[in-house]
Design a protein around this ligand. Structure first.
Ligand code: HEC
Ligand code: HEC
Ligand code: HEC
Length: 130
């Protein structure tokens, strides 16, 4: 009887360990598992198949509408101003993580690797599209 309990205990421990590993794989897209946002910002900020406009130019219309469209088309465009300002990290982390019902978290699980790349060989961290 005792032996059976030990065997069941071991099986339970293995099942728990396996599901923890499976969970870790499912929650690190781009590192372990498929990169769900290979184009960084532009994987999400685009016109969707059903016609909804999530482009950065549209999202920033109110504050950046006066700037030329080419500087709002991609991250390189943003950096023509924000490199000098040195505020891109602060702005992007606030835009995607702050607030009660932030869709980056509630709809996209908030992964750092949506934007950041990690070179597993060197350990260097970058931003996709920069
Ligand atoms: C996985 C999808 C995803 C990726 C990748 C992503 N965003 Fe977003 N972004 C969102 C969502 C969702 C919101 C809206 C958040 C909310 O609910 O307020 C948002 C909001 C924004 C806003 C609006 C901020 C404001 O002041 O209203 C800007 C600008 C923006 N993102 C730029 C970027 C840039 C630049 C990158 C790349 C460095 C990027 N995003 C990557 C999904 C994404
Ligand atoms: C021509 C210069 C210029 C370009 C190009 C530019 N910005 Fe900005 N951005 C600014 C300035 C200036 C401010 C500060 C506005 C303020 O503080 O009133 C700002 C503020 C912001 C803010 C905070 C205010 C807000 O509107 O939510 C976000 C977020 C932002 N920029 C994102 C971006 C992104 C993403 C891009 C590229 C798609 C971009 N910016 C391109 C000049 C620029
Ligand atoms: C929406 C895109 C986006 C997401 C999501 C994101 N980052 Fe960033 N992060 C940036 C950008 C853009 C920079 C600025 C890089 C630069 O200018 O060289 C940055 C810079 C950084 C830096 C450099 C330090 C600094 O403040 O400049 C660190 C550390 C960092 N991010 C950590 C994280 C972590 C941890 C997460 C997940 C919790 C995360 N980031 C999620 C876009 C993002």
């Amino acid at each position: 009887m005792k032996k059976l309990a030990i065997v069941i205990g071991i099986i339970a421990a293995v099942v728990v360990a396996a599901s923890v590993i499976a969970l870790a794989q499912a929650t690190l897209p781009g590192l372990v598992g498929e990169d769900v946002s290979p184009d960084g910002c532009l994987s999400c900020h685009r016109v969707t198949e059903d016609g909804r406009d999530h482009t950065m130019a549209t999202m920033l219309q109110e504050t950046h509408g006066r700037f030329s469209a080419s500087r709002l088309a991609d991250l390189a465009g943003c950096y023509t101003c924000h490199e000098r300002r040195g505020d891109m990290a602060e702005l992007m982390h606030a835009a995607h993580y702050a607030g009660e019902d932030n869709h980056f978290i509630t709809r996209y699980n908030g992964y750092c690797t949506h934007c950041h790349s990690v070179d597993l060989a060197s350990g260097a961290i970058g931003v996709k599209g920069k």
